[in-house]
Design a protein around this ligand. Sequence first.
Ligand SMILES: [Ca+2]
Length: 478
Amino acid sequence: MAEVFTLLLMAGMLMCGLLLHTVSQHGASVDELSKKPNFIIILADDIGWGDLDANQPEQKVNNTPYLNLMAEQGLRLTDFHSPASTCSPSRAAILTGRYGLRNGVTHNFAVGSVAGLPLSEVTLPQLLQKAGYYTAMIGKWHLGHNGPYNPTYRVTSKHYKVYIPARKNEMATWTLKQRGQPYLLYIALAHMHVPLAPPLPPDASATARRPGDCQVYAASLREMDGLVGAVKRASDDADKGNTLIWFTGDNGPWEQKCQYAGSVGPFMGKWQTSRGGGSAKQTTWEGGHRVPTVAYWPGRIPANTTSSALLSGMDIFPTLLSLAGVTPPSERRYDGIDATDILLRGEHVGHEFLFHPNSGAAGKFGDLQTIRTGTHKAFYITGKLGAAEACGGATGRQQLHDPPLIFNLDRDRAEETPLEVGTPEYQVVAERIARRREELLWDIATDKSVSTADYSTEQSAVPCCDPTQPVCRCYTLG
Ligand SMILES: [Ca+2]
């Protein structure tokens, strides 16, 4: 396998973006390696579950035709969750297969952060490199940019190049030379995070060009979808049948950005919104972490299929390793599950329990105070602290719940009316989740592989200050 393929991606997607690539050393023969599948992970930023047309066909919008096609030719996962509700902890959990309480990344790193994802953590690309994979990354890292925390050390290891596109609306072209190796390409899009700067047609009305118009978000979504389509075409042309593309999001829409935020679909978190405060990014309401997800692998993943298996971005780690025939290091504990049977064989059994960590809206960062099991979901804490706001600036108040609030998403996707405490349904779920939560917390407390992240900041750590570039802003630490 020595194909060379060219990816054409618009530079506008790469706000302060990087392309990093490497050739790893490996001992496996070319024949052995040629049997291993290629992987492309496409991670959208702040995208809403409802932004994928295929999730809401009754809306009759046409903003994601390429993703819709990928879903028609692959598998749409409707109950798939980002591992956290903000950028850094979600990305850390995807790359390590572990909750933030284990990998140390429980909230966002700042522009002046001196460190990042703890060096004691082992990433998916690092493990695939050891198995002979060629690994590359395009886009947003947000897990540390200084010294050894730079992605060149966490995603790639030896020979690498960095490309920073000149400015938006120019086309960036590059080639990925596979050199007889299977590859992992991690594309972390800047879309749909603000600022949004989509190209509008020359004949667009003055209204459409005015900041604040809702067409800006839709145009950005179509731009992102076109990028996904370009990647799919390039992949199909290069090695159709041997490449898995996994599209998902890092967290839900940034609701306080109003018309520049995506759609949560029917997952409106009404219990919270009726009390003030939002229910999307930063929160553990469904809108904060249920993300649009499509897995595409022609010939391997059955076409036009849907699964409501309860899954997480943490599952990408064990699933790709399993498909590559790689066993992760046994001295550390993991939280993701191998979803191979769900992807390839139509199984529908996902997590029996899935925890959603606090991501800034309430409680201590990283604490596991929201739990899914089956169609039930329990909250030990709700509310909003810090910067989490609804559109318009409303914030709720933090509330502890003992006994927990429990919703049945099968009957109440909008999380509006909790079950009555004392009903048999409530009691059964409450006992199960309390027991499982204790077990997990004990498991983490006794996990010798737990890492601690350094969140300190320094002015000297701030990179990329160029006031003439809209994508390269200057910061002064407050
Ligand atoms: Ca994000």
